[in-house]
Design a protein around this ligand. Structure first.
Ligand SMILES: [Zn+2]
Length: 417
């Protein structure tokens, strides 16, 4: 089974825009109510049974059970009798809101993120239709429950193999978008290790360095956009909060933020394709960028979007291009000599790798990338011993399938020929 999400721009009529905004607002209210219920339950369990807190006391029966997803869905249905506004929105859409709350609550419980927050007006940005009709996609647009036929800018064709499973409507600074979850009943195995291996070291001085000695800097246009952003944010202080001019400026800032994100994503994709040209295997470090983002260079880490690149975009492009993608143990990759494997201690400010044992001299990041490359290849050899003979036949058949799905990308065609 193959899943992917494609995003298209919507061109809703004025009535549809107010319909979307209405749904978003009801969803927001459901979110806030459900979150309050959960937080109240939590607060009621804070002080011991035989004592009271000094400030306030939450009175919930001692045997009141936690408002779980199933429970909250049930009470949502019951609440419709008292709140007719809830009936104006598709029931499944509202259940999705609670499902999402459940997910972020769980991720807080497992200490992966912060506690979910209450949403101010216009802070709810998306909702999902979890079930779509068989032929909801038409040349004119997409048939959505409740909203009817909404015009879509079909920037690319959805392959026949795929079925639309879910549609998420998203409000962004530059308009409304639909994210379609597409699913195909095909089995596409992951790429087998083959061809030229490349190790990649990501960092802040250079965005990335490869084991072949290529070093890529962050593009300049980010700085230009960031300057613009700073200017607008400074101007925001002179406006009265909540006034018409303030709102206008806020929207302008939102659009710049989105442009930065779009530019970055586009650049990441192009870079990933560039790396796949001529490579058969790509290895990266298995790093947790969320922890690094908490450190001193946090802002820059987030800004460069290293995590998005190495953990989402690069694996996907590799999959598309039939390049093997592997992760290696990140410990001490920068402290090892790639040529003789002796430990060479370096502080963060030492930018050149100079081995005291074999005398090799190269940029620090390139040396690290070469160590990653060696580790990756060693990992493959121990894991499977590379069984290439039988795999070759099946590979060409599903390469053709990939080509049918994604269109003729450079790498796939050269592999088949
Ligand atoms: Zn050495």
């Amino acid at each position: 089974m193959l899943n992917m999400t494609w995003e298209f721009k919507l061109e809703p009529t004025e009535a549809q825009v107010s319909g979307i905004e209405d749904i978003l607002d009801v969803c927001r209210n459901v979110w806030n109510f459900a979150l309050r219920e959960r937080k109240d339950w939590l607060d009621s369990r804070k002080s011991p049974v035989n004592a009271c807190s000094i400030r306030q006391e939450f009175i919930l029966p001692a045997d009141a059970s936690f408002p779980s997803y199933a429970r909250q869905c049930k009470s949502l249905t019951a609440a419709k009798a008292d709140f007719p506004r809830l009936k104006t929105v598709n029931a499944q859409v509202l259940q999705q809101v609670i499902r999402k709350l459940e997910a972020s609550w769980e991720s807080w419980r497992l200490k992966r993120s912060g506690l979910p927050r209450f949403k101010q007006p216009r802070r709810m940005r998306s909702f999902a239709f979890p079930q779509m009709l068989k032929n909801c996609v038409t040349p004119d647009g997409i048939k959505l429950p409740q909203l009817g036929l909404v015009k879509v800018r079909w920037s690319r064709d959805i392959p026949d193999l795929f079925e639309v499973k879910q549609a998420r409507i998203v409000r962004k600074a530059s308009g409304y978008f639909v994210m379609l979850s597409l699913q195909a009943e095909v089995d596409v195995p992951a790429a087998v290790p083959h061809g030229h291996p490349v190790g990649i070291d990501v960092g802040l001085e250079y965005f990335l360095s490869t084991s072949d000695g290529e070093q890529v800097k962050r593009p300049r246009f980010f700085d230009r956009l960031h300057r613009k952003l700073k200017l607008l944010q400074r101007r925001l202080k002179t406006k009265q909060k909540g006034s018409a001019n303030w709102l206008k400026l806020q929207q302008k800032i939102g659009r710049v933020h989105q442009r930065i994100a779009d530019h970055r994503k586009d650049w990441h994709f192009k870079l990933a394709h560039h790396l796949c040209d001529g490579a058969g295997m790509i290895f990266v470090e298995d790093l947790d960028f969320r922890i690094m983002a908490k450190g001193m260079l946090g802002k820059h880490m987030l800004d460069a979007g290293l995590g998005q690149f190495t953990n989402q975009i690069l694996p996907w492009v590799c999959f598309k291009r039939d390049v093997y993608y592997g992760k290696v143990d990140p410990r001490g990759t920068s402290q090892e000599c790639p040529d003789c494997e002796v430990e060479v201690r370096k502080t963060l400010s030492t930018r050149i790798h100079h081995c005291h044992n074999c005398g090799s001299i190269k940029p620090r990041d390139v040396a690290a990338a070469q160590v990653i490359n060696t580790r990756g290849q060693r990992g493959i050899e121990t894991a499977c011993g590379v069984d290439a003979a039988g795999a070759e036949v099946t590979r060409s058949s599903w390469l053709a399938l990939k080509q049918e799905i994604f269109g003729a990308t450079q790498g796939i065609t050269t592999h088949i020929a």
